[in-house]
Design a protein around this ligand. Structure first.
Ligand code: 5GP
Ligand code: ZN
Length: 113
């Protein structure tokens, strides 16, 4: 069994509040939400972070962003939303399995902290 938390969610051995699942990805609600909508979108295949992405992952990333746009519509985020992926310790990455945060439902400041 993998010791990666998000591989566990992808496989179904770790519980999560799933909102979308297909053959390539899972989307689930963040356990510690930072906005009214805070969903994490992960590839089912283990990829450590965006640092490991290359041209071969183009179709996967396009699919992830298409799903994010659909989720944002489903969540009523007409006023906008933020998409974030943290890479490495300075950015605050705490789980070493690529995940894209979808945040929305409140105004957000820039620059981020
Ligand atoms: P990062 O800090 O790596 O960018 O984001 C990791 C995110 O995963 C955090 O927002 C954290 O709240 C969330 N998270 C950590 N463990 C779990 C878990 O077991 N279940 C869910 N749903 N979210 C988690
Ligand atoms: Zn993993």
């Amino acid at each position: 069994m993998s010791d990666c938390l998000f591989c566990g969610i992808a496989e179904g051995s770790v519980e999560a509040d799933r909102v979308v699942e297909d053959d390539r990805l899972v989307a689930f609600r963040d356990i510690n939400p930072q906005a009214p909508t805070h969903i994490l979108v992960i590839p089912k295949r283990h990829i450590a972070s965006a640092r490991e992405l290359g041209d071969d992952e183009g179709p996967l990333l396009g699919h992830m962003f298409a799903v994010i746009a659909q989720l944002a519509a489903d969540e009523g985020l007409e006023r906008g939303y933020r998409v974030v992926t943290n890479v490495g310790p300075d950015a605050g990455q705490s789980v070493d399995h690529l995940h894209v945060h979808l945040l929305g439902g409140r105004p957000m400041s820039w620059p981020p902290g």
